[in-house]
Every structure is written in structure tokens, then in C-alpha cells.
Design a protein around this ligand. Structure first.
Ligand SMILES: Nc1ncnc2c1ncn2[C@@H]1O[C@H](COP(=O)(O)OP(=O)(O)OP(=O)(O)O)[C@@H](O)[C@H]1O
Ligand SMILES: [Mg+2]
Length: 362
């Protein structure tokens, strides 16, 4: 039975935790993150009107919103079921993420933590995501020439290299895919959702609840053994390169008579020395050697043995410099259809030097 005393101590605890949360919120408010009231976001989205819904992902629904100052934002309402994390921990994580700034990462503007609402407010990206712009239905499709595709890939690689090597603490994204690469009005790419892995405990991540949806991007050691390292992101990034070059979605399209997935298909084309067959038929006027270099980088990234994949910093170097990537490595590389053996093959990426970090201009 609840005595009066117990009521008071219970109330005392609640009050104490609310005061603590308010303190964190105030602290956050004085940082780069704005605390929004639920009502302000409600009016920004016209009461979360369906016409303002831009999409739905594993974490909840995303709305377009216009703030009172006229700024356009993307408002992501995290589904209640998955947002059971304590308010304070949630706010602390947001503080970390909001302090991470890079031109190729979507900026978190603020959040709303009221009752059981957990809402994130991001800068609005005019051209939605690569999933809609490049791989989406005809109506939303944006024609992209090779220079734009190459620039998007390089920008994305830069963003990921920053998360892996410069952000404090270092961040493994875990869900690199076309719908998480957003495009601004000038088609500059920005990686979204890079803090989501931090905002949820392991057992409620999108990946573990909807593996099938992102399987086309998952590194074998992560999908099968749950081993998560930066190299899992590198693998997914390799898949993204192949999607950008082929204009086809890795998780939706099967290739050839054997209905191979995109990565397998590319390895097959490599073996048959017809890599350029991968290229999107909509893509004309590209420099063949450039495209081939990008495909080779994708092959390096999608090797089955994680330790053989390059780091994202090395990827940036390989993509941005006109280097000659040695490709006889691929005859020896164990790729995804084979067993995930702890292969001792050493990656010889470049023509004259076995060290992948040493780039030799052609
Ligand atoms: N900042 C933003 N600006 C514009 N559109 C956005 C923004 N953030 C997300 N979107 C769009 O909202 C949709 C849903 O995004 P969301 O991140 O919730 O799901 P997803 O990327 O499909 O899957 P995941 O849950 O794995 O991230 C996507 O199509 C995305 O393009
Ligand atoms: Mg997303």
C-alpha cells in the first residue's frame, strides 16, 4: 500500500529527475542545439499533416516543416516504441551529435523531448535522398551526369572519413545506403542519420529489426556474425558506388541469369573483363578510366575479408587522385560469394607498391 510518505518520496524522485532533465536541456539549449516545444513543431508541420510527410524510415516518420522564422526543416518523429531510452541519456547523445559539423553531414538543428515525444529537427535537404533522386520513381528522378555522380560519391566518402577518423568519439554509421545520403539544392551530398546508432541501444536499431530492408548493403561479417567495425561502413559505401554507377538499387534489382546481387554481378563482370557493362545506360559522355577507377575502389571496399578493405581516408585518396589501381589483386581476393575465411591475402592495390596508402600518380 502506498503511504503518504511513499507518495512524497516517489514524487520527490520524479521531481528530482525532471529537474535533472531540465538542467541537461538548459545546458543543451546553451549549446548548438535548439530545444523545440511540441506545439511549435506541430504548427510547423500543420499538425503533422500527411501532405507534409516526406518519408518513413526504420526510426519513424519524417515531415517537412516551416519554423516561425521561415526556415525549412526536416522533422523526424521517432516512434514511441523505440524511444524508451531515458531522456537524459537521449539529450546527452544529441549534444554529442550536434557538436559534429562537416559539410557532408546533415546538421542536427534541435530536438523536442516532451512527454514521450522524441523528435529530431534537421536542416532540410531540398533534393531529398539519393534513393529518390537516382534510384526512385520517374516523377522524382533527377538526371545526373558523371561529374555530379563522382562529386556526390567523393563528398559522401569525405563525410564518412570524417565520422570514422575525426569525429570525437569516432562514429561507425552502420546504415550507409542511398536513402541516408541526402542532397541539398546544389546536389551536394550530406550523410544523414549518423547519430542514430548512438541514440538507440543496440537491440532496437533499425538494422536488427529490419535486416531484410538493408541486406544489399551489409558487410558479410556484420550480417552473419554481428561484427561491427568501420570496415562494415566501407563495405556499404562500396555498394553505394556501384549503385551510383549502375543507376540500380542493390536491394531491389537482381542481375543476369543467376539473379545475382549488385556486388556479385560486378565481381562477375570483372572476371569476364567487361566492367563497363555495369554503367547506367543513362550515363553518357563519361571518362572510361575514371569510371573504371571508381568501380575498382568499390571492389576493394566489398572484399569479404574486412581487414583487406581500405579505410575511408584511403578511399578518398583513391577517388580524388588520378592513380592507377592495380587490379590483378581481384583474381586473388576472396569475394562475398565465397566463405568469409580469414584470408591471408595481402591487398596490392597499386601498380608498383603493395601499400595501399601510397598513391602513385599516373
Ligand atoms: N534532412 C532531411 N531533409 C529532407 N529529407 C529528409 C531528411 N531526412 C530524411 N529525409 C527523407 O525522409 C525519408 C525517410 O528518412 P529516414 O531516415 O527516416 O528513413 P530511411 O533513410 O529510409 O531509413 P533509415 O531509417 O535506415 O534511415 C527519406 O526518404 C529521406 O530522404
Ligand atoms: Mg535515413
Amino acid at each position: 500500500m502506498f503511504t503518504e510518505e511513499k507518495w512524497f518520496s516517489c514524487f520527490g524522485l520524479l521531481k528530482e529527475s525532471r529537474t535533472r532533465n531540465l538542467k541537461v536541456a538548459e545546458e543543451i539549449g546553451s549549446n548548438n542545439v535548439r530545444m523545440f516545444s511540441f506545439n511549435s513543431l506541430k504548427s510547423a508541420t500543420m499538425d503533422f499533416h500527411p501532405s507534409n510527410q516526406i518519408g518513413r524510415g526504420g526510426f519513424g516518420v519524417v515531415y517537412r516543416g516551416i519554423l516561425r522564422d521561415g526556415n525549412k526543416v526536416a522533422i523526424k518523429c521517432l516512434s514511441a516504441e523505440e524511444s524508451t531510452q531515458g531522456t537524459q541519456q537521449f539529450l546527452t547523445e544529441i549534444k554529442t551529435i550536434s557538436n559534429i559539423k562537416h559539410p557532408n553531414l546533415v546538421q542536427l538543428i534541435g530536438c523536442c523531448v516532451e512527454a514521450n515525444h522524441r523528435i529530431l529537427v534537421y536542416e532540410y535537404m531540398e533534393n531529398n535522398s539519393l534513393a529518390t533522386a537516382l534510384l526512385g520513381s520517374k516523377g522524382k528522378h533527377i538526371a545526373m551526369d558523371w561529374p555530379s555522380r563522382a562529386a556526390i560519391l567523393l563528398g559522401t566518402a569525405n563525410g564518412l572519413a570524417f565520422l570514422h577518423e575525426e569525429a570525437e568519439p569516432h562514429i561507425v554509421h552502420r546504415d550507409i545506403k542511398a536513402s541516408n545520403v541526402l542532397l541539398d539544392a546544389k546536389l551536394q551530398p550530406k550523410i544523414g542519420d549518423f547519430g542514430m546508432a548512438k541514440l538507440f541501444p543496440d537491440n532496437v536499431t533499425h538494422v536488427s529489426t529490419r535486416v531484410a530492408g538493408t541486406l544489399g548493403y551489409l558487410a558479410p561479417e556484420y550480417a552473419l556474425l554481428g561484427q561491427l567495425t568501420k570496415k562494415a561502413d566501407v563495405y556499404s559505401y562500396g555498394v553505394l558506388i556501384l549503385e551510383m554507377i549502375s543507376g540500380k538499387s542493390s536491394s531491389k534489382v537482381a542481375f543476369g541469369d543467376d539473379l545475382l546481387v549488385l556486388v556479385e554481378w560486378t565481381w562477375k563482370l570483372k572476371k569476364e573483363e567487361r566492367l563497363l557493362d555495369l554503367v547506367d545506360t543513362e550515363l553518357t559522355g563519361y571518362i572510361e578510366s575514371d569510371v573504371i577507377r571508381f568501380i575498382k575502389v568499390a571492389l576493394f571496399c566489398t572484399q569479404a575479408a574486412a581487414h583487406q578493405r581500405p579505410t575511408m581516408k584511403q578511399v578518398v585518396e583513391m577517388l580524388s587522385k588520378d592513380v592507377n589501381l592495380k587490379d590483378n589483386v581481384f583474381d586473388r581476393a576472396v569475394h562475398v560469394s565465397k566463405t568469409i575465411s580469414k584470408s591471408s591475402w595481402k591487398l596490392h592495390a597499386l601498380d608498383t607498391d603493395p601499400d595501399i596508402t601510397q598513391m602513385l600518380p599516373r
